[in-house]
Design a protein around this ligand. Structure first.
Ligand code: NAG
Ligand code: NAG
Ligand code: NAG
Length: 314
């Protein structure tokens, strides 16, 4: 502990001295999980280089003296992730490489170069912002269901969660701040209907449960999260919720009987039609006299002429 304090003191002293020298501010942006090179270039006989992140207290990223790292100077959060581009510091390339950037790497970084006595000291300041690429989801639900709106923060140490819907203006769906749910500006339709899926927010899970959805809940939900004070509110997740998607209409109770009735009537008509048709064709095939029960030769007609046959006594 004492060593850390001593180190911090010396760092503060160093920063104080460095203030005298000119410094440029450079802004850099990187996405979570990517690698980044924070540039720093110096000329001359370099004694040592110290990379610091200064906005969250005084964190030293690493300290280097001509190929020699000061192991206890490496901040634990950068262990196995940060190293100088060239450990030998040849050609004055003192760029810092950070691998697999985390959301907590956000901050202002300073490269402080100390030369041999009498030489220049230089500083390079880089404002690093780490962004989280948003995830887009499409969810459909039916009235009365409970829906989970997914959102995963890049860190479990969440300071702020803001769930909103894009048509609600300043009203919120759910808001969490400094360890508590805050019902400020909560739209009345969400009262007692929303909660975090996991209040422990394990692995940064800040998904929201929306209970008993209705068609009024349809819309685009946005999840914004703040991890640390240096981190600005980032959109993490956007969910397009559709309630009761249009589809084939489902039969209501009682409809079955109607369907059955119509079907039965149609079948009956068909049967009647078929029977009628058959009878008709049968009669045709038998000719116009087919119905006459007791045909006598005198009553026979010539089918071709329609004339009564004259002589037909048998
Ligand atoms: C220093 O090293 C980094 C990482 O390899 C590289 O991107 C950068 O161009 C180098 N700078 C100079 C001035 O050579
Ligand atoms: C000091 O730095 C300036 C610019 O950074 C450079 O032009 C000058 O040569 C340096 N002097 C020495 C002694 O390194
Ligand atoms: C769900 O909401 C409807 C009105 O939208 C209400 O009638 C019903 O009681 C609610 N169900 C539950 C379990 O809260």
């Amino acid at each position: 502990m004492a060593a850390v304090t001593a180190w911090r003191c010396s760092t503060l002293l160093f920063i104080g001295l460095s203030m005298i020298f000119s410094a440029d501010l450079e802004r850099m942006e990187v996405k979570v999980g990517q690698n980044i090179v924070l540039p720093c270039q110096a000329v001359g006989d370099i004694q040592y280089v110290k990379w610091e992140r200064v906005n969250l207290g005084v964190d030293c990223v690493l300290k280097h003296r001509r190929g020699e790292v000061f192991p206890d100077s490496l901040h634990p959060s950068f262990e196995n992730r940060a190293h100088l581009q060239d450990r030998q510091m040849k050609d004055g390339n003192l760029s810092l490489i950070i691998r697999e950037v985390k959301i907590n790497d956000i901050g202002t970084y300073e490269c402080n170069v100390m030369r041999s006595f009498g030489g220049n000291s230089t500083r390079n300041i880089i404002d690093l912002h780490v962004s989280v690429p948003p995830v887009f989801n499409f969810i459909t639900a039916e009235s009365g269901q409970d829906v989970i709106l997914p959102c995963r923060a890049p860190d479990s140490n969440v300071k702020y969660i803001g769930w909103t819907r894009d048509d609600l203006g300043f009203d919120s769906v759910y808001r969490y701040e400094d360890g508590h749910f805050r019902p400020v500006n909560q739209h009345p339709s969400f009262k007692n209907r929303v909660d975090l899926q996991d209040r422990q927010m394990k692995d940064g899970d800040v998904s929201l449960i929306l209970k008993n959805v209705t068609s009024n809940d349809a819309g685009t939900y946005l999840c914004k999260v703040i991890i640390s004070r240096a981190h600005r509110s980032d959109l993490i997740s956007s969910i397009y919720l559709v309630v009761d998607p249009p589809g084939p209409p489902k039969p209501r109770p009682g409809d079955e009987w109607m369907v059955f009735g119509v079907g039965f009537a149609l079948s009956l008509c068909l049967v009647i039609a078929v029977v009628g048709f058959c009878t008709y064709t049968y009669r045709l095939s038998r000719g116009p006299n087919a119905n006459r029960p007791h045909q006598t030769p005198q009553q026979l007609y010539d089918l071709r002429t329609g004339c009564r046959l004259e002589t037909s006594k048998v």
